[in-house]
Design a protein around this ligand. Sequence first.
Ligand code: ZN
Length: 325
Amino acid sequence: MNYVVFDLEWNQPSDGKTSRERDLLFEIIEIGAVKLDSEGNKIAEFSETIKPQVYNKLNFHIQKMLGIRMSDLKHSPTFPIVAKRFLKWCGDDVIFCTWGSQDLTELQRNISYYDMKPMSDGPIMFYNLQKIYADHIGGEAQAYNLESAVDNLGITKDIPFHRAYADAYYTAKIMAMMNKDCFYKGRSFDLYHLPLSEKEEIYDVIDSESLFVSKGYTDRSEITGNRKLMAMTCAKCKKRSLRPKVRWFSSNSKLYYGAAVCMVHGPIKCRLKLKHSDQGLVYIEKTMTYGTYDDIEEIKSRKKRLKEKTAKIAAEKKMAEYKES
Ligand SMILES: [Zn+2]
Protein backbone atom coordinates (compact mmCIF):
# COMPACT_ATOMS: atom_id res chain seq x y z
CA MET A 1 0.00 0.00 0.00
CA ASN A 2 1.20 3.50 -0.90
CA TYR A 3 0.07 7.01 0.01
CA VAL A 4 -0.64 9.54 -2.71
CA VAL A 5 -0.50 13.08 -1.35
CA PHE A 6 -1.98 15.28 -4.04
CA ASP A 7 -3.15 18.81 -4.67
CA LEU A 8 -5.12 20.44 -7.47
CA GLU A 9 -5.26 23.94 -8.85
CA TRP A 10 -8.48 24.94 -10.54
CA ASN A 11 -9.93 27.85 -12.44
CA GLN A 12 -13.35 29.37 -11.96
CA PRO A 13 -15.24 32.16 -13.74
CA SER A 14 -14.67 35.70 -12.49
CA ASP A 15 -18.04 36.95 -13.71
CA GLY A 16 -21.63 35.91 -13.05
CA LYS A 17 -23.15 32.48 -13.37
CA THR A 18 -23.18 30.82 -16.74
CA SER A 19 -24.79 27.54 -17.73
CA ARG A 20 -21.30 26.10 -18.02
CA GLU A 21 -20.60 27.06 -14.45
CA ARG A 22 -23.49 24.94 -13.28
CA ASP A 23 -21.99 21.93 -15.04
CA LEU A 24 -18.46 22.44 -13.78
CA LEU A 25 -17.70 25.29 -11.42
CA PHE A 26 -14.07 24.42 -10.75
CA GLU A 27 -12.08 23.41 -13.82
CA ILE A 28 -8.85 21.65 -12.83
CA ILE A 29 -5.76 23.16 -14.48
CA GLU A 30 -2.97 21.43 -12.57
CA ILE A 31 -2.36 18.17 -10.68
CA GLY A 32 0.63 17.76 -8.39
CA ALA A 33 1.40 14.76 -6.20
CA VAL A 34 3.96 12.95 -4.12
CA LYS A 35 3.82 9.18 -3.69
CA LEU A 36 5.03 7.71 -0.40
CA ASP A 37 5.54 4.05 0.48
CA SER A 38 3.89 2.55 3.56
CA GLU A 39 6.86 3.74 5.65
CA GLY A 40 6.42 7.31 4.45
CA ASN A 41 9.44 7.39 2.11
CA LYS A 42 9.01 9.44 -1.05
CA ILE A 43 9.08 7.12 -4.06
CA ALA A 44 7.68 9.22 -6.93
CA GLU A 45 6.46 12.65 -8.00
CA PHE A 46 3.77 13.85 -10.39
CA SER A 47 3.28 17.34 -11.79
CA GLU A 48 1.29 18.32 -14.87
CA THR A 49 -0.58 21.37 -16.08
CA ILE A 50 -3.83 21.08 -18.03
CA LYS A 51 -5.20 22.98 -21.01
CA PRO A 52 -8.63 24.36 -20.02
CA GLN A 53 -11.67 23.31 -22.06
CA VAL A 54 -14.51 24.96 -20.16
CA TYR A 55 -13.38 28.53 -19.44
CA ASN A 56 -11.30 30.51 -21.87
CA LYS A 57 -10.19 33.09 -19.31
CA LEU A 58 -8.20 32.63 -16.14
CA ASN A 59 -9.79 34.13 -13.06
CA PHE A 60 -7.72 37.18 -12.13
CA HIS A 61 -7.11 36.05 -8.55
CA ILE A 62 -6.08 32.57 -9.63
CA GLN A 63 -3.74 33.95 -12.27
CA LYS A 64 -2.13 36.17 -9.65
CA MET A 65 -1.88 33.47 -6.98
CA LEU A 66 -0.48 30.75 -9.23
CA GLY A 67 1.58 33.03 -11.44
CA ILE A 68 0.20 31.27 -14.53
CA ARG A 69 -1.20 32.87 -17.69
CA MET A 70 -3.63 31.22 -20.10
CA SER A 71 -0.87 31.20 -22.73
CA ASP A 72 1.26 29.03 -20.39
CA LEU A 73 -1.40 26.33 -20.53
CA LYS A 74 -2.18 26.29 -24.23
CA HIS A 75 0.32 23.52 -25.05
CA SER A 76 -0.62 21.36 -22.05
CA PRO A 77 -2.67 18.17 -22.54
CA THR A 78 -6.39 18.22 -21.76
CA PHE A 79 -7.90 16.98 -18.49
CA PRO A 80 -8.86 13.44 -19.63
CA ILE A 81 -5.28 12.76 -20.74
CA VAL A 82 -3.66 14.09 -17.58
CA ALA A 83 -6.23 12.52 -15.25
CA LYS A 84 -5.81 9.12 -16.88
CA ARG A 85 -2.02 9.40 -16.56
CA PHE A 86 -2.36 10.51 -12.95
CA LEU A 87 -4.64 7.63 -11.92
CA LYS A 88 -2.38 5.13 -13.65
CA TRP A 89 0.61 6.67 -11.85
CA CYS A 90 -1.26 6.36 -8.50
CA GLY A 91 -1.80 2.58 -8.88
CA ASP A 92 -4.56 0.55 -7.25
CA ASP A 93 -3.50 -0.01 -3.66
CA VAL A 94 -3.36 3.57 -2.48
CA ILE A 95 -4.69 5.89 0.22
CA PHE A 96 -5.21 9.46 -0.93
CA CYS A 97 -4.06 12.28 1.33
CA THR A 98 -4.98 15.93 0.83
CA TRP A 99 -4.91 19.26 2.63
CA GLY A 100 -8.61 19.94 3.22
CA SER A 101 -11.56 17.95 2.01
CA GLN A 102 -12.29 19.42 -1.42
CA ASP A 103 -9.70 17.94 -3.78
CA LEU A 104 -11.03 14.38 -4.11
CA THR A 105 -14.52 15.72 -4.75
CA GLU A 106 -13.40 18.18 -7.43
CA LEU A 107 -11.23 15.54 -9.10
CA GLN A 108 -14.25 13.25 -9.34
CA ARG A 109 -16.50 16.09 -10.53
CA ASN A 110 -14.09 16.82 -13.37
CA ILE A 111 -13.84 13.09 -14.19
CA SER A 112 -17.62 12.87 -14.34
CA TYR A 113 -17.85 16.04 -16.46
CA TYR A 114 -15.71 14.34 -19.12
CA ASP A 115 -17.69 11.08 -18.82
CA MET A 116 -14.56 9.20 -17.80
CA LYS A 117 -14.63 5.94 -15.84
CA PRO A 118 -15.32 6.82 -12.16
CA MET A 119 -12.48 6.45 -9.64
CA SER A 120 -14.85 4.48 -7.43
CA ASP A 121 -18.52 3.59 -7.33
CA GLY A 122 -18.79 4.38 -3.62
CA PRO A 123 -17.27 6.62 -0.91
CA ILE A 124 -13.46 6.91 -0.80
CA MET A 125 -11.67 6.83 2.54
CA PHE A 126 -8.87 9.40 2.65
CA TYR A 127 -6.65 11.30 5.07
CA ASN A 128 -7.41 14.98 5.40
CA LEU A 129 -4.13 16.38 6.68
CA GLN A 130 -5.72 19.72 7.54
CA LYS A 131 -8.05 17.91 9.95
CA ILE A 132 -5.28 15.65 11.26
CA TYR A 133 -3.07 18.70 11.85
CA ALA A 134 -5.95 20.49 13.61
CA ASP A 135 -6.49 17.46 15.86
CA HIS A 136 -2.76 17.47 16.59
CA ILE A 137 -2.61 21.15 17.50
CA GLY A 138 -6.19 21.66 18.75
CA GLY A 139 -8.88 23.75 17.10
CA GLU A 140 -11.03 23.74 13.98
CA ALA A 141 -9.47 22.48 10.74
CA GLN A 142 -10.60 25.49 8.68
CA ALA A 143 -8.54 27.75 10.92
CA TYR A 144 -5.24 26.48 9.54
CA ASN A 145 -3.86 27.10 6.09
CA LEU A 146 -1.02 25.08 4.67
CA GLU A 147 1.63 27.76 5.01
CA SER A 148 0.80 28.50 8.66
CA ALA A 149 1.13 24.80 9.45
CA VAL A 150 4.47 24.66 7.62
CA ASP A 151 5.68 27.70 9.61
CA ASN A 152 4.40 26.32 12.87
CA LEU A 153 6.15 22.98 12.39
CA GLY A 154 9.40 24.68 11.38
CA ILE A 155 9.48 23.07 7.93
CA THR A 156 11.99 24.68 5.53
CA LYS A 157 10.22 26.62 2.79
CA ASP A 158 12.43 25.69 -0.13
CA ILE A 159 9.91 26.05 -2.97
CA PRO A 160 7.15 28.67 -3.51
CA PHE A 161 3.60 27.81 -2.36
CA HIS A 162 0.35 27.72 -4.38
CA ARG A 163 1.31 25.41 -7.17
CA ALA A 164 -0.14 21.92 -7.10
CA TYR A 165 3.16 20.08 -6.73
CA ALA A 166 4.47 22.48 -4.07
CA ASP A 167 1.34 22.19 -1.95
CA ALA A 168 1.41 18.38 -2.20
CA TYR A 169 5.12 18.46 -1.31
CA TYR A 170 4.47 20.51 1.85
CA THR A 171 1.43 18.43 2.78
CA ALA A 172 3.64 15.31 2.60
CA LYS A 173 6.23 17.04 4.82
CA ILE A 174 3.53 17.80 7.39
CA MET A 175 2.29 14.22 7.15
CA ALA A 176 5.77 12.93 7.97
CA MET A 177 5.70 14.91 11.22
CA MET A 178 2.34 13.61 12.41
CA ASN A 179 1.93 10.61 14.65
CA LYS A 180 0.71 7.65 12.60
CA ASP A 181 -2.09 6.92 15.10
CA CYS A 182 -3.53 10.35 14.25
CA PHE A 183 -3.97 9.30 10.60
CA TYR A 184 -6.37 6.56 11.40
CA LYS A 185 -8.34 8.71 13.83
CA GLY A 186 -8.42 11.57 11.34
CA ARG A 187 -9.68 9.51 8.44
CA SER A 188 -12.41 11.04 6.34
CA PHE A 189 -14.74 9.86 3.60
CA ASP A 190 -15.22 11.55 0.28
CA LEU A 191 -18.93 11.22 -0.51
CA TYR A 192 -19.02 12.28 -4.15
CA HIS A 193 -20.34 8.75 -4.74
CA LEU A 194 -22.67 7.71 -1.92
CA PRO A 195 -22.93 4.15 -0.58
CA LEU A 196 -24.87 2.25 -3.25
CA SER A 197 -26.90 0.07 -0.92
CA GLU A 198 -27.79 -0.28 2.75
CA LYS A 199 -25.13 -2.94 2.99
CA GLU A 200 -22.44 -0.45 1.96
CA GLU A 201 -23.53 2.34 4.29
CA ILE A 202 -20.73 3.77 6.38
CA TYR A 203 -20.72 3.03 10.08
CA ASP A 204 -17.37 4.20 11.36
CA VAL A 205 -16.44 4.20 15.03
CA ILE A 206 -13.41 6.12 16.27
CA ASP A 207 -12.85 6.34 20.01
CA SER A 208 -15.81 8.22 21.43
CA GLU A 209 -17.41 9.16 18.15
CA SER A 210 -19.37 7.24 15.57
CA LEU A 211 -20.21 8.35 12.05
CA PHE A 212 -23.03 6.97 9.97
CA VAL A 213 -23.55 7.84 6.29
CA SER A 214 -26.66 6.52 4.59
CA LYS A 215 -27.14 5.60 0.97
CA GLY A 216 -28.92 8.14 -1.22
CA TYR A 217 -32.71 8.50 -1.30
CA THR A 218 -34.83 10.31 -3.86
CA ASP A 219 -36.98 12.07 -1.28
CA ARG A 220 -36.22 13.35 2.23
CA SER A 221 -39.45 11.86 3.57
CA GLU A 222 -37.93 8.43 2.92
CA ILE A 223 -35.30 9.37 5.49
CA THR A 224 -37.30 11.30 8.08
CA GLY A 225 -39.95 8.57 8.06
CA ASN A 226 -37.39 5.79 8.48
CA ARG A 227 -37.01 4.87 12.15
CA LYS A 228 -33.81 2.98 11.59
CA LEU A 229 -32.13 5.92 9.86
CA MET A 230 -33.33 8.42 12.47
CA ALA A 231 -32.37 6.17 15.41
CA MET A 232 -29.97 7.38 18.06
CA THR A 233 -27.53 4.59 18.77
CA CYS A 234 -24.64 3.67 21.00
CA ALA A 235 -21.54 2.72 19.02
CA LYS A 236 -20.33 0.42 21.77
CA CYS A 237 -23.67 -1.43 21.87
CA LYS A 238 -23.54 -2.23 18.16
CA LYS A 239 -26.25 -0.09 16.59
CA ARG A 240 -28.99 -0.93 19.13
CA SER A 241 -31.31 2.08 19.04
CA LEU A 242 -31.84 4.09 22.20
CA ARG A 243 -34.84 5.98 23.49
CA PRO A 244 -34.09 9.69 22.87
CA LYS A 245 -33.54 11.91 25.90
CA VAL A 246 -33.96 14.94 23.63
CA ARG A 247 -35.82 14.26 20.37
CA TRP A 248 -34.36 15.58 17.12
CA PHE A 249 -34.85 19.31 16.63
CA SER A 250 -33.68 21.75 13.99
CA SER A 251 -33.91 25.42 13.19
CA ASN A 252 -33.37 24.97 9.45
CA SER A 253 -34.51 21.41 8.55
CA LYS A 254 -30.96 20.55 7.54
CA LEU A 255 -29.01 20.21 10.76
CA TYR A 256 -30.65 18.35 13.63
CA TYR A 257 -29.56 17.91 17.23
CA GLY A 258 -30.68 15.41 19.84
CA ALA A 259 -29.45 13.35 22.76
CA ALA A 260 -29.79 9.89 24.23
CA VAL A 261 -28.46 7.92 27.17
CA CYS A 262 -27.12 4.37 27.00
CA MET A 263 -27.66 2.61 30.32
CA VAL A 264 -24.23 1.03 30.05
CA HIS A 265 -22.12 3.66 28.26
CA GLY A 266 -23.72 6.93 29.36
CA PRO A 267 -24.87 10.16 27.68
CA ILE A 268 -24.59 10.54 23.92
CA LYS A 269 -24.80 13.78 21.91
CA CYS A 270 -26.39 13.27 18.49
CA ARG A 271 -26.13 15.37 15.35
CA LEU A 272 -27.73 14.65 12.01
CA LYS A 273 -27.16 16.48 8.71
CA LEU A 274 -29.44 16.12 5.71
CA LYS A 275 -27.42 16.61 2.55
CA HIS A 276 -27.80 16.52 -1.21
CA SER A 277 -25.45 14.65 -3.52
CA ASP A 278 -24.29 15.85 -6.96
CA GLN A 279 -26.54 13.18 -8.40
CA GLY A 280 -29.60 14.82 -6.78
CA LEU A 281 -30.09 12.30 -3.99
CA VAL A 282 -30.73 13.07 -0.32
CA TYR A 283 -28.67 11.35 2.37
CA ILE A 284 -27.77 11.73 6.03
CA GLU A 285 -24.56 12.06 7.96
CA LYS A 286 -25.17 11.20 11.60
CA THR A 287 -22.55 11.61 14.30
CA MET A 288 -22.93 10.38 17.85
CA THR A 289 -20.42 11.40 20.49
CA TYR A 290 -20.22 10.28 24.10
CA GLY A 291 -20.63 13.28 26.40
CA THR A 292 -21.75 14.25 29.90
CA TYR A 293 -25.12 14.83 31.54
CA ASP A 294 -24.28 18.57 31.41
CA ASP A 295 -24.04 18.26 27.62
CA ILE A 296 -27.52 16.78 27.56
CA GLU A 297 -28.88 19.61 29.73
CA GLU A 298 -27.27 22.10 27.37
CA ILE A 299 -28.91 20.45 24.32
CA LYS A 300 -32.23 20.35 26.18
CA SER A 301 -32.11 24.08 26.97
CA ARG A 302 -31.09 24.88 23.39
CA LYS A 303 -34.19 23.04 22.20
CA LYS A 304 -36.30 24.97 24.72
CA ARG A 305 -34.90 28.33 23.58
CA LEU A 306 -35.58 27.42 19.94
CA LYS A 307 -39.15 26.42 20.80
CA GLU A 308 -39.72 29.72 22.63
CA LYS A 309 -38.26 31.72 19.76
CA THR A 310 -40.45 29.89 17.22
CA ALA A 311 -43.53 30.46 19.39
CA LYS A 312 -42.69 34.16 19.75
CA ILE A 313 -42.29 34.62 15.99
CA ALA A 314 -45.59 32.82 15.38
CA ALA A 315 -47.35 35.00 17.94
CA GLU A 316 -45.92 38.19 16.44
CA LYS A 317 -47.02 37.12 12.99
CA LYS A 318 -50.50 36.40 14.23
CA MET A 319 -50.63 39.80 15.93
CA ALA A 320 -49.49 41.55 12.74
CA GLU A 321 -52.19 39.73 10.74
CA TYR A 322 -54.81 40.70 13.32
CA LYS A 323 -53.79 44.40 13.17
CA GLU A 324 -53.98 44.35 9.37
CA SER A 325 -57.49 42.89 9.28
ZN1 ZN B 1 -24.01 1.43 24.94
